[in-house]
Design a protein around this ligand. Structure first.
Ligand code: XMP
Ligand code: MG
Length: 182
């Protein structure tokens, strides 16, 4: 285990199995609805990129991939809800079935903003798959059709999640020691 990680929450194997389950669920839920066009899977860079790469390979219907980059202003460990689009989608999503792959739902402010923004482009449907949902005291009411794991209200790293751009390459998900960021 990495010296800055205090505890492993989800092992590589647990993540793999859960991502496979979510991929199978998306396959079934969209097979008829989306037809030959399939779905567009959108990931929010950079944290969700690893989740989406693994998830896409578990989806057995036509599946395009696109990316958005956003920045939320804040002090680094807490989201402020003020979101700026740094890179927009390359594809048009009007009339398409869109699934957003998100890494972690914390306050929910980022996803609330994103859902509102994407809904205004008139997709056929807009669904959220989040790998992690934090058990926080205050969380915006975001409808997530697929949730990988519930996690404690601590700072989480690994499998795409970073602190100051580090730890994304850890194959497991763990708790970052507070002394690293305090
Ligand atoms: P909100 O609060 O808007 O936050 O739901 C969502 C975004 O904040 C980042 N985030 C984290 N990143 N470990 C991380 O590496 C965490 O514990 C954590 N909590 C929130 C993340 O970018 C997410 O998309
Ligand atoms: Mg981050």
């Amino acid at each position: 285990m990495h010296k800055d990680v205090s505890e492993i929450l989800f092992t590589e194997e647990q993540i793999h199995d859960r991502v496979a389950e979510i991929g199978a669920a998306i396959t079934e839920d969209f097979r008829e609805k989306a037809g030959d066009d399939g779905i567009i899977l959108i990931s929010v860079l950079r944290g969700a990129a690893i989740f989406m790469a693994d998830l896409a390979r578990e989806i057995k219907i036509p599946c395009e991939m696109d990316y958005m980059a956003i920045s939320s202003y804040g002090n680094g460990v807490k989201s402020s809800g003020v979101v700026r689009i740094l890179k927009d989608l390359s594809s048009h999503i009007e009339g398409r079935h869109v699934v957003i792959a998100e890494d972690i739902l914390d306050s929910g402010l980022t996803l609330t903003y994103l859902l509102k923004n994407l809904a205004s482009r008139n997709p056929a449907s807009l669904t959220v798959a989040t790998l992690l949902r934090k058990k926080t005291k205050v969380q915006a009411d975001v409808d997530c059709a697929y949730v990988g794991f519930e996690c404690p209200d601590q700072f989480i790293v690994g499998y795409g999640l970073d602190y100051a751009e580090r730890y994304r390459n850890l194959p497991y998900i763990g708790v970052l020691k507070p002394e690293v960021y305090e």
